[in-house]
Design a protein. Structure first.
Length: 476
């Protein structure tokens, strides 16, 4: 009996270290899981768009990012139609339909790190936007697709930044306190951060700025109601235009001057107002010719674009409005550009920007439906968006019609959009239906441009596109 007891005690003693090691491993695994859960917050969604357009349009991202309907493109003149016996047709009056899930997104928020009063956080965000292109026949190069909707969607960077924060900093009167945040990396342009409430991929562009750029931004909250924002930005995806209608970051590269932003925000309860201005200085050319000899030139154009944003939220109601007076503005996905106003004796060019006013409003009212004790709460929202763009032409007269750089249709005079939407949410799943009518007033290109103001102001006519879009989205 004693021998049995002794053997049992020895086995128990030998098993203690193994049990202790297992306990340590379990504790370590638990600590790692807790750390990851506390500091790393993954998020994203799976999104599908189903889209019908009544007309050919300027658009991107498999035609889901809609700018505006294209101008008329007649197959023949009225005189030719009278003799040919063939009906006169607008070749851009073509309807299309498509659906894809390439805007599916994944992201990671990194939070909760602090060292000696400095808070550290970061974000990495990407989606499957890139990789689509048009196809050309291997037999006849004249046969090619019109729309870039083919290919394998590739992962592309949307946002990637680190943020440093300092809280409870005393300000001059000693009663209130300030918080300062410093953001370094790629994220939303300060003028584009406040987007309207639509389900469309373009988020209201070109009626408002749409841009994410590499930047260094400071947000200083001064007391309870005021925030000062200053930023220096670079270009990567959203680019300025230049000679040959080429959009490139080289114009900023040779200017050696970051884009600059300065703004103020006023916030109190459900009310928010932002005012600010963006200044961009680029060099469209760094080489020119003088007496037939290639020379260095220092072409430069500097533009300034102020804006105002208002927002009010209370309960289920939300109202947002933004207006911007843009010089050029093509790097923010707006309608704009610039042209040559003079050729200088040293071979350099002087430029003049277009000027335009772009404004939008969006109104949201949403109420909960169904049993509120349900684990998957239901919500129905009604959304109304309205936008208007007015092209005022160039700031000064153009030297000629050929050196006028514009990313889309430079004969656009004005444009409006109206878009009602219904969005139904069940837990993490959403389904929305949106009707979008966009109408553009174009000038007749065959009658030429008015060099005094950079407008095609003859033969004015309206062109309209009707878009119906269904969206499904699962958030995680």
């Amino acid at each position: 009996m004693k021998r049995i007891v002794t053997i049992t005690l020895l086995c128990a003693l030998l098993g203690v270290p193994a049990f202790a090691q297992d306990s340590v491993k379990v504790a370590r695994r638990s600590a790692v899981k807790s750390h990851l859960k506390q500091h790393f917050k993954p998020y994203g969604f799976i999104r599908n768009y189903f889209t019908y357009d009544s007309r050919e349009s300027y658009s991107g991202t498999a035609d889901f990012y809609n700018y505006q309907p294209k101008d008329v493109n007649w197959n023949q003149t009225e005189a030719e139609a009278a003799t040919s016996g063939v009906e006169r047709q607008d070749m851009n009056a073509q309807s299309t339909f498509r659906f894809l899930s390439l805007t599916t997104r994944m992201g990671l928020n990194i939070v909760g790190y602090k060292w000696r009063g400095t808070e550290f956080s970061g974000k990495i965000e990407a989606d499957f936007y890139a990789g689509l292109s048009t196809k050309t026949s291997t037999v006849d190069k004249n046969i090619k697709e019109t729309h870039a909707v083919s290919g394998v969607a590739q992962f592309r960077l949307r946002q990637a930044y680190v943020a440093l924060g300092w809280d409870s900093l005393p300000i001059l009167n000693g009663k209130d306190y300030a918080r300062v945040d410093l953001t370094i990396g790629q994220t939303w342009h300060p003028m584009a951060a406040d987007l309207c409430d639509v389900i469309a991929l373009a988020s209201g562009a070109p009626f408002g700025p749409f841009n994410r750029s590499p930047q260094v931004r400071m947000d200083a909250r001064l007391g309870k109601y005021v925030t000062l924002t200053a930023a220096g930005l670079w270009q990567m995806q959203y680019l300025s235009i230049g000679p040959g209608n080429l959009q490139s970051a080289e114009y900023m590269l040779y200017s050696k001057t970051p884009e600059a932003y300065l703004g103020l925000s006023f916030h109190d309860k459900g009310f928010l107002m932002r005012v600010g201005a963006d200044v961009l200085s680029i060099c469209p050319r760094h080489e020119g010719t003088l007496n037939g000899v290639k020379v260095k030139v220092n072409d430069r154009i500097t533009t300034a674009s102020p804006f105002l944003y208002l927002q009010y939220k209370k309960g289920e109601f939300s109202f947002k409005a933004k207006t911007i007076f843009a010089e050029a503005g093509e790097h923010m996905n707006m309608n704009g550009g610039y042209g040559v106003k003079a050729v200088n004796p040293d071979g350099s060019y002087s430029y003049t920007p277009t000027r335009s006013s772009a404004s939008w409003i969006s109104i949201v009212y949403g109420c909960k439906v169904g049993a509120q004790e349900d684990k998957h709460p239901q919500k129905l929202q009604g959304i109304l968006f309205g936008g208007y763009v007015q092209n005022f032409g160039t700031k000064e007269a153009l030297a000629n019609a050929s050196d006028f750089y514009y990313p889309r249709a430079n004969n656009m005079n004005r444009m409006w959009r109206l878009s009602p939407t219904l969005l139904y949410t069940v837990g993490k799943f959403q389904i929305g239906c949106e009707y979008e009518i966009t109408s553009v007033q174009y000038g007749d290109k065959t009658q030429g441009i008015n060099l005094a103001n950079g407008l095609f102001d003859k033969g004015l006519h309206w062109v309209t596109n009707h878009r119906v879009q269904l969206m499904t989205k699962y958030n995680f």
